[in-house]
Ligand binder design. Structure first.
Ligand code: CP3
Length: 339
């Protein structure tokens, strides 16, 4: 078993596995070099290139897991919304408001346009050493809905909530599509599938329980122990249902607003992931060292049995312009201090 699998199986170990959301991205010179020659869309849709991008941070920083290089928004494109990416971010030709619904294609047709992700997973797995884990991912239905309606991720999501009358209709397409994507990524060699729910924190705990939990639970029950759920901006009030700490989920990702060392102590049957504040990776080496030591201290003070099932990462994705030297410092410091 590699260190990532040991964490998922809640086996005590001194040094946790480390990976960062968006670890293959704009802060990284390896990514920038490939991006100078290809658009983001080309990198994602060409499995050979996607595998090269995904391997970059493994080769340069020695993370314990690689993640499929792609984007959560592709299933919306496949359903007919016409996705493109520019320097300003994603853009849709159509949004799920007004009459755009009539132009959505069937789930079978949408699925036929998404094979590039499974192929990228397969090629990445072929290159990845055995001791490294491979993560696949999809966006959570709720976050995909917010992008389908408003195109950008921006509070307070009034339009997204005004359109909720159509949420049921959206789920009928997106849920079976995500189900196929997850099964395909697992079949092609992913060890675990992350479900990213970056917009979940815009919901009250009640709405979160009504709109988010049922679908995540459905997907997790289809693949017990294979799903990592990450949400941003949620609190303990959102994640109170026993499902979130049950063994149906492999892991629960918490952002930097949580006291993760404390959360590790509460009863749970899944691993917990997180949660260093990614903005602190912009500080000077000395300042970073101070914050990192402070962050790691409570974990260091625990017995390794107490911190079993911990996957070390950031609160959210690594930001553009993060110095590469700080990424190295983070990994090296954590491995030294926790050894
Ligand atoms: O983690 C990884 O290294 C894998 C790659 C990955 C990307 N996007 C590549 C990407 C993953 C896991 C994602 C997930 C994703 N995409 C989310 C969920 C996580 C999160 O960050 O909240 C969301 C909401 C998206 C949608 C998306 N894609 C936005 C809003 C943007 C533009 C703004 C931004 O943050 O870059 C993208 C573009 C995108 N996705 C880039 C990358 C490397 C930048 C593309 C470029 O300009 O080169």
């Amino acid at each position: 078993m590699n260190t990532f699998q040991r964490a998922i199986h809640l086996e005590p170990q001194s040094v946790p596995p480390i990976w960062f959301m968006r670890q293959a991205g704009r802060y990284h010179s390896h990514y920038q070099a490939l991006r100078a020659k290809h658009t983001f869309d080309e990198l994602c849709r060409t499995p050979e290139l996607a595998a090269q991008v995904a391997m970059g941070p493994i080769e340069d920083f020695d993370f314990d897991a690689a993640i499929l290089f792609s984007d959560i928004l592709y299933p919306l494109d496949a359903l007919g919304l016409g996705l493109s990416f520019s320097d300003k971010g994603p853009h849709f030709e159509k949004r799920l408001v007004g009459d755009a619904w009539s132009e959505l294609v069937t789930v079978d047709e949408a699925w036929s346009k998404l094979s590039f992700q499974g192929e990228a997973v397969k090629l990445t797995r072929e290159r990845l050493p055995k001791e490294k884990a491979l993560l696949g991912f999809v966006g959570a239905p709720w976050t995909l809905w917010t992008f389908a309606v408003e195109e950008v991720h921006k509070s307070p999501m009034v339009q997204v909530k005004k359109e909720l009358g159509n949420w049921g209709r959206f789920r009928e397409s997106i849920l079976p599509l995500l189900e196929r994507m997850i099964a395909d990524q697992l079949k092609n060699g992913a060890d675990l599938i992350c479900i990213f729910d970056s917009s979940a924190g815009e919901l009250s705990p009640q709405l979160f329980d009504d709109l988010v939990r049922p679908d995540v639970q459905y997907l997790a029950e289809r693949h017990p122990g294979k799903i990592l759920f990450y949400s941003k901006g949620t609190s303990s009030a959102h994640l109170r249902n026993p499902f979130w700490r049950s063994g149906k989920l492999a892991a629960l990702g918490l952002d930097h607003r949580w006291n993760l060392a404390e959360e590790l102590q509460f009863p749970r049957h899944c691993a917990l992931q997180g949660n260093f504040d990614q903005t602190l990776l912009h500080l000077s080496s000395q300042e970073l060292s101070r914050h990192l030591n402070e962050f790691l201290k409570p974990f260091q003070e625990m017995k390794k049995e107490q911190r079993r099932g911990w996957i070390l990462g950031l609160g959210h994705g690594i930001l553009p312009k993060t110095p590469e030297a700080n990424v190295r410092q983070f990994i090296q410091t954590a491995r030294e201090i926790l050894a």
